[in-house]
Design a protein around this ligand. Structure first.
Ligand SMILES: Nc1ncnc2c1ncn2[C@@H]1O[C@H](COP(=O)(O)OP(=O)(O)OP(=O)(O)O)[C@@H](O)[C@H]1O
Ligand SMILES: [Mg+2]
Length: 402
């Protein structure tokens, strides 16, 4: 008999408030970011005195608290009475000049039906609204995702020369280290009027962040100090990413609930680490462009076939034979491209795809010795080929059913 909801709901849990242990939750207090928050507030404050704030560029590795600090500041900004306006834009979603301007238009004129307006028309509408005297701050999070970013920055900064009153400023946020070099020099100098770097968290800082969360999200006595310290150490060592650390805690809690234990110890954290690493890899796979996914699928398929064969012949997996040759993978990739109706790319592109996959840690490659096969690149998959195959085939099934 299937269980009732009340049975499921009454199942014991280690969480007191599971939402708090979600990476989307923004705590009211952000430890170790007071200085940064203060600087962003100071940078924005001219807007509250009827002046144009300088543009600001915020850089820091993933999970260093850029988004949550800026969101924290926006919330405070809105509490303060003024005619200034802000608009938070996640450029992963709004990834072109047109989409960003459309989003700004919607923010300034909620009743406007912007469908069917061209860029010039939307821009005019935005300008006449801001020109009434609004100091407007566009917060462009993950702005490296904008395809025509130089055009967007040019449009937004040029606005100030045309406005009779009011102003437009930009706060740009990114975690891409090399991003600034790709901008043209005019965009760079206007965006970086004011620059700020978010450092990665140290192990001790990570411990404090995690224990703050653990206190709010788990029942008293559930989490060992040792478990928090271990999660903090793992996250600090690997990346310094607070989001990863919080995911570890969440997963560890879920595992404790599954097992029906009332404690989170080192053991749950270790297990959570494996599972979170797989989740992270799979997230990376799902967001890969089609051809990289097809190459990875080719590798998984061949690795699975080969696995069957080596089991038959008893070959050891660590030997060179457990690698695939670049040629056989390219052949299989060609077959798959045809099957999924994505015209096969040239060998030069294919080599690039292998480099990309290796950079992401999804495969490893080595050069073979000058043996019977001649010199060739040998490829091995980094995760379970069956799991990788499942996820990519699912992605393609979804795309093709659309
Ligand atoms: N100082 C902090 N105190 C408490 N929680 C924090 C702190 N910094 C980050 N976090 C938490 O870590 C997670 C990631 O933070 P955030 O989204 O701000 O990172 P980010 O720097 O914007 O990363 P990305 O570059 O990947 O977008 C969030 O869940 C946030 O609540
Ligand atoms: Mg962010």
């Amino acid at each position: 008999m299937s269980p009732s909801f009340s049975e499921i709901l009454s199942k014991s849990t280690v969480f007191s408030d599971r939402n708090v242990i979600s990476p989307h939750y923004i705590p009211a207090i952000l430890p170790f970011r007071e200085k940064e928050i203060h600087k962003i507030m100071a940078g924005l404050s001219p807007a509250l005195k009827n002046e144009r704030p300088r543009n600001m560029f915020i850089y820091g590795k993933t999970g260093t608290g850029k988004t949550c600090s800026v969101r924290h500041v926006i919330a405070k900004f809105l509490e303060h009475p003024s005619s200034a306006k802000t608009c938070y834009i996640n450029c992963r979603m709004y990834n072109s000049r047109y989409r960003v301007i459309q989003k700004i238009a919607k923010e300034l004129m909620p009743t406007l039906d912007s469908m069917g307006f061209g860029l010039a028309m939307l821009y005019e509408k935005v300008m006449s609204e801001i020109g009434k005297g609004t100091h407007f701050v566009a917060i462009l999070d993950e702005l490296d995702m904008v395809k025509d970013l130089d055009d967007l920055l040019y449009t937004l900064t040029r606005a100030n020369d045309e406005l009779p009153a009011g102003s437009v400023s930009v706060i740009g946020i990114t975690n891409k280290l090399t991003f600034k070099d790709q901008l043209d020099s005019r965009s760079r100098s206007s965006l970086c009027e004011n620059e700020m770097v978010f450092d990665t968290y140290t192990t001790t800082q990570m411990q404090a962040i995690l224990s703050q969360r653990a206190k709010m999200g788990f029942k008293p006595g559930v989490v060992d100090d040792g478990a928090v310290n271990l999660a903090a150490a793992i996250a600090a060592q690997e990346t310094g990413d607070a989001r990863y650390a919080i995911k570890l805690l969440l997963k560890a809690g879920e595992m404790a609930d599954e097992k029906g234990t009332a404690k989170i110890t080192d053991k749950e954290v270790e297990e959570a680490r494996r599972s979170v690493d797989i989740d992270v890899a799979f997230e990376a796979i799902s967001t890969l462009p089609d051809h990289q996914q097809l190459v990875l699928l080719a590798i998984s398929n061949l690795a699975l076939d080969k696995g069957k064969n080596t089991r038959l012949t008893g070959g050891a997996p660590e030997e060179e034979d457990s690698f695939l040759t670049s040629g056989e993978v390219y052949e299989q990739y060609s077959v798959l491209s045809k099957k999924h109706r994505k015209p096969r790319r040239s060998a030069r592109w294919y080599r690039e795809y292998l480099n990309d996959l290796e950079m992401l840690g999804l495969i490893t490659t080595i050069e073979s010795g000058a043996g019977m096969r001649g010199r060739t690149r040998l490829i091995r998959i980094g995760h379970s080929p069956a799991d990788v195959q499942k996820i990519i085939e699912k992605n393609f099934a979804i795309i093709e059913s659309k």
